[in-house]
Design a protein around this ligand. Sequence first.
Ligand code: ADP
Ligand code: MG
Length: 226
Amino acid sequence: MQAVSRVHGRGAAEVHALRGVDLAVAAGEFVAVMGPSGSGKSTLLTLAGGLDRATSGEVVIEGRPLGGLGRNEIAAVRRRAIGYVFQDFNLIPALTAAENVGIPRELDGVSARAARREALAALEELSIGELADRFPDEMSGGQQQRVAIARSLIGDRRLVLADEPTGALDSTTGEAVLGLLRARCDAGAAAVMVTHEARHAAWVDRVVHLRDGVLVEETRGGGAGR
Ligand code: ADP
Ligand code: MG
């Protein structure tokens, strides 16, 4: 993204959530975004994922500036290229874990049977294969979060965007999730993760630090140079 700003509200209620942020993430790179609450981390991620539009500046995904695209075109880019883990999971309550995870593949046009097979494999990767036929309200917060992560990893999306993907997990499970994201990047995907856990820096290539909507600092992560 180039010189990206996002202003919420107007007049006296105006909030400058992002101010002129430049951030480029290459294929194979794992980037962490850190910063205090309200510093603009979630806003940055929603803009990077085409879920919201910049007030000014340009968001480019795989060479395509989103500013010039219509809603449907952005939705198509998002659906094909991006796996997204929402901070509040965004699971569909009426669907089972396997159905929630399989949705992106069904939208890709694969058969329901293939989508279920892939969904079960993704749930296995997160060690919750046995929860495949449970509904979200039959799972703990941590289990729901793992379903949301499985949904973002299915179908080998080239860009994974994750908003505090380990917030509801114990530290062992959280480390396992970071290992999965790291492996995905080592296989050529790009990932951007919002986190408030300093020790997560060990897994990433770079940490970018946000303060009041400004990228103030960039530090090397422990995964750099792999
Ligand atoms: P973070 O994820 O770092 O906690 P956010 O990106 O959620 O920060 O929010 C950045 C700032 O923008 C905050 O001051 C927040 O209150 C404001 N903000 C975020 N979304 C909206 C919105 N939809 N409407 C108004 N203000 C918003
Ligand atoms: Mg947030």
